[in-house]
Design a protein around this ligand. Sequence first.
Ligand SMILES: O=C(O)CCC(=O)C(=O)O
Length: 321
Amino acid sequence: MKERWLSVDNIDRRTNLSVQEFIDSYEEQNRPVLITDALSDWPALRKWNKEYLVKSAGDSKLAVGPVEMTMKDYFLYSEAVCEERPLYLFDPHFTEKMPTLSEDFEVPIYFREDLFSILGKDRPNYRWLIVGPARSGSSFHIDPNSTSAWNAVVKGTKKWILFPPDVNPPGVHPSPDGVEVAAPVSIMEWFMNFYEQTKQWKRKPVECICQAGELMFVPNGWWHLVINLEESIAITQNYVSRCNLLNVLDFLKRPNSAQLISGTRDRVNLYSKFKSTYAQLFPGSIEELEKKAAAKAKQSQSGSFWETVTDAKVGGFKFGF
Ligand SMILES: O=C(O)CCC(=O)C(=O)O
């Protein structure tokens, strides 16, 4: 990675952030933030290393791109790999395969509202263990099912680039229905051929380097690209809270949502089940959120940058892990 690709750091970086401030300044505004101290109580920060992960996984096979392999074999591969796009370990069932890891982390206080949990066994995949060597990463995508996400770096460092929902990153062309995305073949190719274009743009991407012990909040609908600058271990979790509930319901209601939904066993349409279960558990809540959203839309009709981002009803692009 060239120095000039790494030097911009323009994200809000917050320490001692209260939950209410997180909701008011970031979640409600649909703005990314890097939280420096959300993981301070995680034993994972001092316990997790290669040996520990290999031991915890034993003979279980983990999802690595299109294949499955043991943690031991994955590290043998990742230590030797020289190619530009190393395979990335991205496993949605790690807590079942490596149960001891659950003792080492907990959902940070900001993200305890987890409305998809009411779907029980029908909930889409929602948390992943991510492991990869330098140069591995995630090319531009929007997170599945219109969810928001947090990404906690336990080891290593990650370079992030994010664009708001209404700005397509240069070189990235989603189809009108959001089902397909044409994009550069590799992350490095994007940096070499497209990164400099953003310097001329009025609306610049949000960029940062997230270090071990830090956490990124990725609001729903934001395009993001991530590249590991060194060998990294991270956990990411996608979630629905009251702040993005209406977006998620809109997404699930789309005529082509069965094609767009990601992380379910049979791509069943979850709209009716999710909405009715939620309405039963929290009567009147959806109507209240709709009223609040309508008032907010009215207030922001003049439309500043952040207001437009907040109200974007987006998130239709599939990202299949
Ligand atoms: O590679 C990473 O750590 C980022 C993962 C990511 O973007 C995602 O889970 O949506």
